[in-house]
Design a protein around this ligand. Structure first.
Ligand code: CP
Ligand code: NVA
Length: 319
């Protein structure tokens, strides 16, 4: 008998986790399964499958978003489901009612939650109390969906990731933490270069170093951008002041001035090195216009891949 089930090509068996809160909680195999599923959905294999038909997603955002909001909403629709957005900027989760009660209500109506929060603890609490998957759409601590899309983009460009070197120059922030965790899981060497006092969280670095000892990934923290960029396969940066740090912008612009990615810094990396940024970007601050809009930049490929990777994450988590 011919198998006419178009979903049969996709392996949608569960991941080792029920939520996506931080890539440090995923196994290397989970990450490769997300990439394989993202590749399948990107290249059209799921077009008619409607794998999340009749499923509903709640999107609770305490902060602004373009990419995360659009890609989860569109991704859910592509897979046959619906998404309901709740803008929580004026009333943070836990202020009108407890995070527990939000979770206990939502689980009666929807099949998954994407939340963008200030405190990472809020996400942990949601996940503890909701009997449905909780996906981190960015917290002050980590940005897992971003890092998955970043490394998925690198697999498309490089094929094998192991042994490559990714250099991150800038603030040791949420994006940086997720790049460190994910690089360590995937056997990618990661160098992080920040001004003194703005280095990534030492717990993140120590955990990644332990993981790296088993995968062959070296995690290096340094303060000199020239040394960090030397011979790298890709250079990554993010804003100098993240959402919630707006009152530090002026001070940070001074402190980070020597950490801008310009053509001279890119020239220290490999000739075909990619320039990466999670966006939104500020031309003339953390990156020059020439680099952001130049031939080595893959920032819009990454933004596109947010959609494919998050569709994979939802297809693998939501039941
Ligand atoms: N990179 C990213 O998460 O973009 P948004 O803040 O626009 O969602
Ligand atoms: N570090 C940035 C990432 C935005 C996608 C922030 O938290 O604002």
């Amino acid at each position: 008998m011919t198998n006419n089930d178009p979903t049969s090509a996709l392996d949608l068996s569960p991941l080792s986790v029920g939520d996506l809160l931080c890539t440090s909680q995923l196994t290397t195999d989970d990450i490769h399964r997300i990439f394989a599923t993202a590749r399948a959905v990107k290249h059209g294999r799921e077009v008619h499958t409607q794998v999340l038909r009749h499923k509903r997603l709640a999107m609770i955002f305490e902060k602004d978003s373009l990419r995360t909001r659009f890609t989860f909403d569109i991704g859910m629709q592509d897979l046959g489901g619906t998404a309901v957005f709740m803008d929580h900027r004026d009333a943070r989760l836990g202020s009108r009612e407890s995070v527990k009660d939000v979770a206990k209500n939502l689980e009666r109506w929807v099949h998954g939650i994407v939340a963008r929060t200030f405190k990472h603890k809020t996400l942990d609490e949601l996940a503890t109390h909701a009997d449905i998957p909780v996906i981190n759409g960015l917290s002050d601590m980590v940005h897992p969906c971003q890092a998955l899309a970043d490394f998925f983009t690198l697999t498309e460009k490089w094929g094998e990731l192991r042994g490559r070197t990714l250099t991150y120059v800038g603030d040791g922030n949420n994006t940086c933490h997720s790049l460190i965790h994910t690089a360590a899981k995937l056997g990618v060497h990661i160098r992080v270069c920040s001004p003194e006092g703005y280095e990534p969280n030492s717990r993140v670095v120590n955990e990644a170093m332990r993981t790296g000892a088993t995968t062959g990934s070296e995690v290096t923290i340094l303060n000199d951008p020239d040394a960090a960029a030397e011979g790298a396969d890709a250079i990554y940066t993010d804003v100098w002041a993240s959402m919630g740090q707006e009152d530090e912008i002026e001070e940070r612009n001074g402190i980070f001035a020597a950490y801008q990615i310009d053509e001279d810094l890119m020239a220290r990396a490999k000739p075909d090195a990619m320039f990466m940024h999670c966006l939104p970007a500020h031309r003339g601050w953390e990156v020059t216009q020439e680099v952001l809009d130049g031939p080595q930049s893959v920032v819009y490929d990454i933004a596109e891949n947010r959609l494919h990777v998050q569709k994979a994450v939802m297809a693998l988590l939501i039941r």
